[in-house]
Design a protein around this ligand. Structure first.
Ligand code: NDP
Length: 248
């Protein structure tokens, strides 16, 4: 499953799931652009890890929610390295709270980064993919986009929105040789889930038939498949990678 000659942009590629995706796609031969927004230290670590394995990578600092900034950065990347062939819309945040007391800002921030961020980056990348008649777009959704979750109305709405976005974009772009899919992780051991109390973790574990939390590499494996020639006939789909905690 070689990705030699392809340029892959991974939003939120500096930590957690995004970092695992960056490492995996770089191992497969892709030239990787690692996006981050607030933690240059983590981004540098990811860059060094890729280079240490003999891979090619660059850093790109931008906020996926800022449409203008996204357009500018994609233009610069195209000028400096070439057009993006594989886009992984992975950047995400949570701002949990019960619906009745959720602040408007918590709603807007989560929708802006998790959902509008994917729109901004897809819009910035897809024209060049259309011209090349080849592209892979992979949106990182979540199990809660399918199941819902108390305390995450904003996040679940954004992640469910990503699934509708994926299917619509897949229909629009299929005739140009571009596939668009979602990967919906269950609970993955990253900074995003590190704040959960032991009691909550125990409860989550009791609901996972495979009995363990997932790791970034589990999601990276699904992204690798969808990015590769092996995944060429898969589009508009949601691949659930969740240890069996939610079965469609
Ligand atoms: P982390 O919190 O570990 O990492 C988040 C990444 O997103 C960081 O690289 C961060 O960059 C980046 N990021 C955040 N906001 C922005 C922004 N505005 N613009 C650009 N980059 C941004 O998250 P995970 O690795 O756990 O999650 C990755 C994705 O997977 C998210 O979309 C998440 O919703 C989804 N997911 C995660 C699950 C889990 O259990 N962990 C389960 C289901 C889905 P920086 O460090 O510079 O701030």
């Amino acid at each position: 499953m070689s990705l030699a000659g392809k340029i892959a942009m991974i939003t939120g590629g500096s930590r957690g799931i995004g970092q695992a995706v960056c490492l995996r796609l770089a191992e497969m031969g892709a030239e990787v652009v690692v996006n981050y927004v607030s933690r240059p230290d983590a981004a540098e670590e990811t860059l060094s890890a890729i280079k240490g394995n003999g891979g090619i990578a660059h850093l790109a600092k931008f906020n996926v929610a800022d449409a203008e900034e996204v357009q500018e950065v994609f233009k610069k990347i195209t000028a400096d390295h070439g057009t993006v062939d594989i886009l992984v819309n992975n950047a995400g945040i949570t701002k949990d709270g019960l619906l009745a007391t959720m602040k408007e800002e918590a709603w807007d921030d989560v929708l802006d980064i998790n959902l509008k961020g994917a729109f901004n980056c897809t819009k910035a990348a897809c024209r060049a993919m259309m011209k090349k008649r080849w592209g892979r777009i992979i949106n990182i959704s979540s199990v809660v986009g399918a199941s819902g979750n108390a305390g995450q109305a904003n996040y679940a709405a954004a992640k469910a929105g990503l699934i509708g976005f994926t299917k619509s974009a897949a229909r629009e772009l299929a005739s140009r040789g571009i596939t668009v899919n979602s990967v919906a992780p269950g609970y993955i051991d990253t900074d995003m889930t590190s704040d959960l109390s032991e009691a909550v973790k125990e409860k989550i574990l009791s609901e996972i038939p495979l009995g363990v939390l997932g790791e970034g590499k589990d999601i990276a494996g699904a992204v690798a498949f969808l990015s590769s020639e092996d995944g060429r006939y898969v589009t508009g789909q949601v691949i659930h990678v969740n240890g069996g905690m939610y079965m469609i």
